[in-house]
Design a protein around this ligand. Structure first.
Ligand code: MTE
Ligand code: MO
Length: 255
């Protein structure tokens, strides 16, 4: 699977992210189709600079050894969503919680907590860098986002994946968004384990996004709903995330 996906993703990145939907919605026969071959041809014409940019985005974030894990991984931002519904889920250990995946998808999904935690997982030990000037190395496990997006049949028009969270700052809910290059990146996972335990509420239970090539504020905690969209400029204040809207943080927070 990954052998097939890699060249597709590289091409998709070069072509602009909306091609991602085409690649995602297709089956493996896509490789033989005229449509795919024409995409491939344009992809081959990319000049060196473009290729390098794409390759940079595809690269893996550094992964660390267990011995390098931080003894303390601090928390930041919200550590307990105020909503009564969330707090009820937390009291019930999230047994009645489910994750929605919708928007521009052919098969909207609703995954229960037990379904989420029985999916194949990826485990990675990575460094989290917060803009406020601290870092911590932690171990995260959860299903790859790409697998869930394939299952949901993301439409060819999709350019962004949005994460809607349970918490808010005043009247503004926390949310984040990423493009299809990061959405399909192998280290982009929905983590439900941290440091070999069920993720705590303070760190984002029951699931939090890990998008390892970007800064801390992109790592959305308390993800309740995932939405495939063609635009983000018409969502909340239009900048693609809570901190982007509230404080002008960069939407692409690459590290
Ligand atoms: N839902 C939600 N996600 C969030 C935040 C938040 O306040 N709410 N804070 C962000 C910031 S700025 C950082 S540095 C990390 C902190 O994650 P941690 O509490 O697990 O250390 O979560 C990010 N994701
Ligand atoms: Mo942060």
């Amino acid at each position: 699977m990954s052998e097939l996906l890699y060249p597709r993703r590289r091409i998709l990145a070069g072509m602009g992210a909306s091609v991602g939907g085409l690649l995602l919605s297709g089956c493996d026969k896509l490789n033989d189709s005229e449509r795919f071959r024409s995409v491939l041809k344009v992809g081959e014409k990319l000049h060196y600079g473009g290729q390098r940019l794409v390759t940079d985005r595809m690269a893996l974030a550094k992964e660390f050894a267990p011995s390098q894990m931080s003894p303390v991984f601090r928390t930041n931002g919200n550590t307990m969503p105020e909503s009564a519904a969330y707090q009820m889920h937390a009291t019930e250990n999230f047994t009645n919680w489910s994750l929605e995946i919708g928007g521009l998808v052919a098969n909207p999904l609703k995954l229960t907590h037990s379904q989420m935690i029985s999916l194949p997982t990826r485990t990675q030990i990575t460094r989290h860098d917060c803009v406020e000037g601290w870092s911590a190395i932690g171990k995260w496990s959860g299903p790859q986002l790409s697998m869930l997006l394939r299952q949901a049949g993301v439409s060819g028009r999709t350019r962004y994946i949005v994460f809607h969270c349970a918490d808010n700052f005043g009247a503004r809910p926390y949310y984040e968004s990423i493009d299809m290059i990061d959405a399909l990146h192998p280290q982009t996972i929905l983590a439900w384990r941290m440091n070999d335990e069920m993720i705590s509420v303070a760190h984002g239970a029951p699931i939090r996004l890990r998008v390892e090539r970007q800064l801390g504020y992109k790592q959305a905690k308390y993800v309740m709903r995932i939405e495939a969209r063609d635009r983000i400029d018409n969502l909340y204040d239009g900048k693609g995330g809570y901190w982007e809207d509230a404080a002008g943080y960069e939407w692409y927070a690459g590290i």
